[in-house]
Design a binder for this molecule. Structure first.
Ligand SMILES: [Zn+2]
Length: 317
């Protein structure tokens, strides 16, 4: 390809780069953010989930309008070259195979029919809340609970083949979602609170539950979710992996960087830093585990849950 050539396959379950590009009027192709297409396509295979972040501070219809605006901007980037390709199970080398996600389901505005609209727009993952409380459930910074409408959202999202993302939910809402969900769900960008106590990280019981349901957990690179010290090191990331592997998550663990949604450790400027992180995981845990975490587990989850949704129906899993 005549470019940097990074011999790593990378599947990222979460970044807020498109929202950031729209806000700061930057290009997705080349920018000074954590991620751009020029740097990302140096990886062999690259699947990137772009989340549209809906701030709690906006009212529901303003969130919906923001989603439309960001989606239109993304479509503009997409038609602007041949690098962005919707991910349907195959990731060509040195392209950006993408998935779309919505982070904060307040944009539904109380309307279940908007889930169909999201699906038709290509949305694969739906984070029910951000840190606050909305009409659906309570985020990690609130005391909210899953509402009757929220339970309907979970059921209808599953019917539409949209995977529920439980990152950002508070504990109570998480367990209420468990009572309603019939299909495996995902925590796109959350770590283990046994290693780094934080309300945004998952408890041991939550980790066990996600594993037993055949779900997926994306490790977040935000320093505050990795270490209570100010200076977070790569060993903090490796300790998270060690914990998850001991908990039996070898096939449920992936990466959800939170690029452009959170500050990054000093040793990771952006997507180019994933290579060194992957190499340290190879060194400590071996190549098979590293490949599973950085790529393979997410691929298999999509095959089993996301792409199978319409073929098998909701009851079969
Ligand atoms: Zn987030």
């Amino acid at each position: 390809m005549g470019k940097g050539e990074i011999a790593v396959d990378f599947f990222d379950l979460h970044c807020d780069t498109v929202s950031e590009c729209v806000k700061a009027e930057k290009s997705l192709y080349r920018n000074d953010l954590h991620l751009d297409l020029k740097r990302g396509t140096e990886y062999h295979k690259w699947v990137q989930t772009f989340a549209f972040w809906m701030p709690d501070t906006l009212d529901e219809e303003a969130q919906y309008a923001l989603f439309q605006k960001e989606l239109a901007a993304f479509r503009g980037f997409e038609t602007d070259g041949d690098i962005l390709i919707p991910y349907r199970g195959r990731a060509p080398m040195h392209k950006c195979s993408y998935l779309l996600a919505v982070e904060g389901a307040g944009l539904l505005g109380g309307r279940l029919d908007r889930l169909k609209e999201l699906k038709q727009a290509g949305v694969s993952f739906l984070t029910l809340t951000w840190n606050g409380e909305n009409r659906i459930a309570g985020g990690a910074g609130s005391n909210g609970t899953l509402t009757a409408f929220g339970a309907e959202v979970v059921r209808e999202a599953e019917r539409q083949g949209i995977v529920i993302d439980v990152s950002h939910l508070n504990r109570k809402s998480f367990w209420q979602v468990c009572n309603v969900a019939r299909r495996p769900f995902i925590a796109t960008h959350s770590n283990a609170d046994k290693i780094c106590p934080h309300p945004r990280n998952l408890s041991g019981e939550q980790v066990k539950e996600i594993i037993s349901r055949g779900g997926l957990i994306g490790l977040n690179l935000y320093p505050a979710f990795l270490s209570s010290e100010e200076d977070c090191k790569s060993s903090d990331f490796l300790r998270q992996i060690e914990y998850f592997l001991d908990a039996g998550a070898a096939e449920c663990l992936a990466i959800g960087t939170d690029f452009d949604g959170a500050a990054m450790p000093k040793w990771i400027n952006g997507i180019e830093g994933i290579e060194i992180l992957a190499l340290s995981v190879v060194k400590w845990f071996g190549e098979t585990i590293a490949n599973q975490i950085f790529y393979g587990n997410a691929v298999r989850f999509c095959e089993r849950v996301l792409f199978a949704a319409h073929e098998t129906g909701c009851e079969s899993y």
